[in-house]
Write a protein that binds this ligand. Structure first.
Ligand code: LLP
Length: 422
């Protein structure tokens, strides 16, 4: 459920009519709803309440899905931690007031500087993705007189059944240590003085619409915990990653957080470990829309082209993954049509939808791309020198700009022509 609803013929974010935001901030603009973020956070937390040792799992929001510091602040106030994958994300999480102990650091390419930053900030857990990384973390920590809290990320070789580009748990994906090598890798790393290797982690993919692959992967983790304990290791922490899908289209019916929680309860029943989860999309996806204005409608050979002022540089998912985003008029006339929805960028990839049945729109009217709160603004580029769009957070009947629009001029200001070229 989200808080983007049509009231008296006008689409609102909570109590704010979207035309008021377009008027004040311009378009395109990402609009997030605080009430929706909070609702999703609460539903997800409630679904997992009582699970694992201590009964209060750590819910570490996947910052990559929406790193805006105001969004992180909303979730910090819900008691969330953060799953970060770079020094930049780590700094954002800390800036938003997330306790270092609630931060987990994933990613295959953590640099030495990033390992040092995580150690200095005393983050809760490094999810080590390889033997090589574990050795380096141990060495760096030892040299600093510290001990890194760590879990070994395993690759369970499970097909998440999602888009190839966002699957992470198959044997030939770059993530984690193959399950068959996990016991040996664990034994080597657990013996290093700079590490407190205390558990395992996994994340098999994103936008999962079926619980079966997750259950298969979690069961493999359960067996591994047994093997590791048999080998004499102490396992106190398991991070089950993120991945729960959201409905981008009406016919999609992803498992609910409650279904997910029930499955986790069943599989982890006897694990006796503190659990961590890393949800991103399920929290932020439907908490945001991309508000855009129709530049003009151009006749096509078959369907008309509705050319909007948002483009693939602002919302990359359709161009990158062929992803579907709902497209609705802000003030629908009731008339429907079939149209191609495109942005102004000079390549055919800048197409949001072909032959889409949608509200009829004319030049100057406003529309939204739905479910744009996750992997939206964060994946933007400035291609075609279009700059970066603004982001707004709505709270009841108030709203604030939580990220300024960065225009193409500001980006150009960071460039220079060398003297020898003048
Ligand atoms: N944990 C780890 C280690 C991850 O790599 C990810 C996402 C998550 C958690 C959060 O997954 P979620 O709950 O959001 O599914 N750009 C793509 C999605 C890439 C996801 C990458 N990893 C998209 O727009 O669909």
């Amino acid at each position: 459920m989200d808080h983007f609803e049509t009231i008296d013929g006008v689409l609102h974010a909570e109590n704010v009519p979207l035309p008021a935001i377009a008027e004040a901030v311009g378009t395109p603009v990402y609009v997030y709803s605080r009430a929706t973020l909070e609702r999703h956070a609460q539903v997800f937390s409630a679904a997992l309440d009582g699970l694992g040792k201590g009964g209060t799992p750590l819910i570490a929001f996947a910052v990559k899905s929406n790193p805006n510091i105001a969004v992180l602040k909303v979730l910090q106030r819900q008691g969330f931690g953060a799953d970060v994958v770079s020094g930049g994300e780590l700094r954002r999480a800390l800036f938003a007031g997330i306790e270092p102990g609630k931060i987990v650091f994933s990613g295959v390419g953590k640099t030495r500087a990033e390992l040092e930053l995580g150690l200095t900030e005393k983050i809760g857990q490094f999810n080590i993705e390889s033997l090589e990384e574990g050795r380096e973390l141990a060495e760096v920590a030892y040299a600093m007189g510290l001990q890194g809290q760590a879990a070994l990320r395993i690759n369970p070789d499970v097909d998440a059944g999602t888009h190839d580009k966002i699957s992470t748990g198959k044997a030939d994906n770059k993530f984690g240590v193959p399950l068959v090598r996990a016991v040996d890798a664990f034994a080597e790393l657990a013996g290093l003085p700079g590490l407190n290797l205390r558990g395992v982690a996994l994340h098999i993919g994103s936008q999962l619409l079926d619980l079966d692959p997750l259950e298969t992967a979690f069961s493999k983790v359960g067996a591994l915990i047994g093997d590791l304990r048999d080998a004499g290791h102490t396992i106190t922490h398991v991070d089950l990653g993120g991945g729960l899908g959201v409905p981008y289209q009406a016919h999609e019916n992803p498992p609910s957080p409650a279904d997910y929680g029930a499955m986790v309860a069943r599989v982890t029943d006897r694990w006796d470990v503190q659990l961590t989860f890393e949800p991103g999309r399920v929290i932020a996806g439907n908490a945001g829309v991309l508000l855009t204005r129709v530049v003009r409608v151009k006749h096509g050979v078959r369907d008309p082209f509705v050319i909007v002022d948002a483009a693939m540089n602002d919302l990359a998912r359709p161009a990158l993954y062929g992803a579907y985003h709902g497209f609705d008029a802000v003030e629908p006339s009731g008339e429907r049509t079939t149209a191609n929805i495109v942005g102004p960028i000079c390549e055919t990839g800048d197409t949001f939808a072909m032959g889409r049945e949608c509200d009829t729109l004319v030049a100057g009217e406003l529309a939204v791309f739905r479910t744009a709160g996750a992997y939206g603004a964060t994946m933007a580029s400035s291609y075609n020198s279009r700059g970066f769009v603004a982001e707004v957070l709505v709270d009841g009947d108030q709203f604030a700009i939580v990220a300024d629009r960065i225009d193409a001029g500001a980006i150009m200001d960071a460039e220079r022509v060398p003297e020898w070229l003048e």
